[in-house]
Design a protein. Structure first.
Length: 399
């Protein structure tokens, strides 16, 4: 039986991932961790924001497709997978204003455009480059987000006053001023990793294996788990993905109408806790809680179950990495003395924009299979979810 269930989960994952296989093989890109290491904090926030919106929205979807029955003791085991797709804005670019220090290579690239600089002796040129790379400039950092175009680079645009672009050095006791050119732009070795236009319905997808077991005093338990898998379905080249989530569903009517078949519907109070990790740089954690109701029409061989629910949720994307400046070709940048620049630890949180959702769906039970779909209407975004499970046992109250 174990092998049958594993084959079923594998089959579901393969079917859901078929549209992506060509793209995954064709694109060999850095992971999100690699890209973040080349971005300062403000730029990194803009780069991962749409991914945070879609990823955290998906996390709280597909947890249930019916409420547990009001039964004291019964056995039911479901094993399968849930597919989720979060609809996020299609304008997958970002633009942030921030302070930035040019790397020595960028400073030299810009200074070499000035005739006065090129005529300076080497030691005076180094003095200028050292001064430029130690000054904070206000810049515009813009380009594709993590789920944006994989053909465009993130760029840094420098536009400063003449005073801010003026640097001085001394040549044979004579002061020499160098004014850097204005409106300079520098490409970073960063592109989008996931392009929504390559995915079904232009949405951020996710697939999660899921197990549900019950019922004890009207209570079921739910578990999701992925053990650190590279290129997980729907997540392209983001990097290695691991996830773990658990939940509790309890029907309070058990305490009043246990094992009754006269109830027209089942209700449930739900609580879910989950955590996901994308490589070592990005992780998400959150909770969701609320209530659901379902109506089951049919018997043990065939049944149709519409359901509805409401969840409150709180989810946060946690970004933790070391900023390591790189050139446009991906090389680690050196300082003026030829030594690699030291990596700087950066950590910040991005709370989910979605704090509540209404869940509307339906499920069909046929022999040992449960399949269905739902729509989640969030206060900020919408997701559609689908599920396919193998069900063993029957915990419905007996007539």
């Amino acid at each position: 039986m174990k092998h049958v269930l594993l084959l079923f989960v594998f089959f579901v994952i393969i079917i859901l991932s078929l549209p992506h296989q060509t793209m995954l093989r064709a694109q060999v890109q850095p992971t999100i961790e690699y890209n973040l290491q080349t971005l300062i904090a403000e730029a990194a926030k803009g780069y991962v924001q749409p991914l945070a919106a879609g990823f955290t929205m998906n996390m709280n979807g597909g947890w249930f497709h019916e409420a547990p029955p009001a039964r004291r003791f019964g056995f039911m085991l479901e094993v399968g997978a849930v597919g989720m797709a979060a609809f996020v804005p299609l304008d997958q670019t970002f633009s942030r204003t921030s302070t930035y220090r040019l790397t020595p290579d960028q400073a030299r690239q810009t200074a070499s455009m000035v005739r006065e600089y090129t005529t300076l002796p080497a030691n005076a040129q180094n003095d200028i480059i050292r001064a430029v790379s130690q000054r904070d400039f206000t810049v515009q950092i813009a380009g594709p987000t993590a789920i944006g175009s994989n053909t465009e680079n993130v760029r840094i645009a420098l536009s400063a006053s003449e005073q801010a672009r003026t640097f001085s050095t001394n040549v044979n006791g004579r002061a020499v001023n160098i004014v850097l050119p204005d409106n300079q732009s520098y490409a970073l070795d960063i592109k989008g990793l996931l392009n929504p236009r390559d995915y079904f319905l232009n949405a951020v997808p996710l697939v999660a294996p899921q197990l549900t077991i019950g019922t004890f005093m009207g209570t079921r338990g739910v578990v999701r788990f992925v053990p650190n898998v590279a290129d997980w379905v729907g997540l392209g080249k983001l990097g290695r993905v691991s996830m773990f989530g658990w939940g509790i569903q309890h029907n309070p009517l058990t305490w009043f109408f246990a094992d009754s078949t006269a109830l027209p519907l089942n209700v449930s109070l739900n609580f879910y806790n989950q955590s996901y990790r994308l490589t070592d740089a990005v992780q998400a954690a959150g909770i969701a809680y609320g209530a659901t109701a379902s109506w089951r029409f049919g018997g043990s061989a065939f049944a149709f179950t519409p359901y509805a629910g409401f969840l409150m949720e709180s989810t946060t994307l946690i970004v933790d990495y070391k900023y390591q400046p790189r050139s446009a070709t991906g090389q680690v940048v050196n300082d003026i003395n030829g030594q690699p620049l030291q990596a700087v630890p950066i950590r910040f949180d991005i709370p989910s924009e979605n704090v509540s959702r209404i869940v509307l769906g339906a499920s069909i039970h046929l022999l040992v299979a449960d399949i269905g779909a739902e729509v989640n209407l969030g206060n900020r975004y919408t997701t559609v979810n689908a599920h396919a499970f193998v069900r063993l046992g029957n915990d419905a109250p007996k007539d």
